[in-house]
Design a protein around this ligand. Structure first.
Ligand SMILES: [Zn+2]
Length: 226
């Protein structure tokens, strides 16, 4: 008797599955078409940009559409641009744990700065959620940074700090995903070429190893849209 019940249940499940599959496939197809329709203006824009010889004028309003952006953001990413951002500078914190709030306190109290020196901090699960992009007051108010030990790169470089010591450890997968999303967004938004994305040590080779020897440059560059 129990065996018959089992057979009946499995036949019913098989029927239910076979019924739902074409319907789900149809839904997926519709969703894909919808996504492609949403993507179309961005692709068109990208094609136009690749043939456009010069950079766009400074935008003063939020972007109409961005093809990629980080999934989890704390703070206001879409502020109007009020500075000519020309570079992106990648850092690691050199500490196992950290967050926007922790670096803010440290930079105020130990360095005597106005607050955290970076424009963005990306958490690693110790101090801030893994893969969370924290926007700092320097980006929200479009102020110059204090991260590059160089005037040009502080005034025109966007400083992104990955929490962690990448000399001894590695960034998490969620941090890399967030970094790629953020950099793609910033490149598109501020018209920054990939050649202008550097590590802190590329500006000051003798002064620092930041962002650490384990920062995966090849993987990072290969995942950028530009
Ligand atoms: Zn650094």
């Amino acid at each position: 008797m129990r065996r018959w019940v089992a057979v009946l249940v499995s036949v019913t499940m098989a029927l239910a599955l076979s019924c739902s599959t074409p319907e789900k496939a149809g839904e997926r197809q519709a969703a894909r078409q919808e996504l492609e329709a949403v993507d179309a203006p961005a692709r068109q824009r990208q094609q136009q940009q690749s043939s456009a010889p010069m950079r766009r004028p400074l935008t003063t309003s939020a972007p109409e559409f961005s093809p990629r952006r980080p999934a989890r953001v704390c703070g206001n990413l879409d502020v109007p641009l009020r500075r000519r951002w020309k570079y992106i500078v990648i850092h690691h914190s050199g500490t196992e744990a950290g967050s926007r709030a922790a670096f803010d306190r440290f930079h105020r109290e130990e360095r005597g700065w106005e607050g955290v020196g970076y424009n963005f901090v990306i958490g690693n699960g110790q101090g801030a959620a893994d893969g969370l992009v924290e926007v700092t007051f320097r980006w929200e108010r479009q102020m110059q940074g204090a991260h590059a030990s160089d005037r040009e790169y502080n005034e025109h470089g966007i400083g992104i700090c990955l929490v962690g010591d990448l000399e001894s450890g590695h960034p998490t997968a969620a941090q890399m995903e967030a970094l790629v999303g953020l950099v793609n967004y910033l490149q598109e938004r501020c018209d920054i070429p990939t050649e202008h994305i550097v590590g802190h040590r590329h500006i000051r080779p003798r002064g620092t190893r930041c962002p650490g020897r384990n920062f995966p440059w090849y993987e990072f560059y290969s995942r950028l849209n530009r």
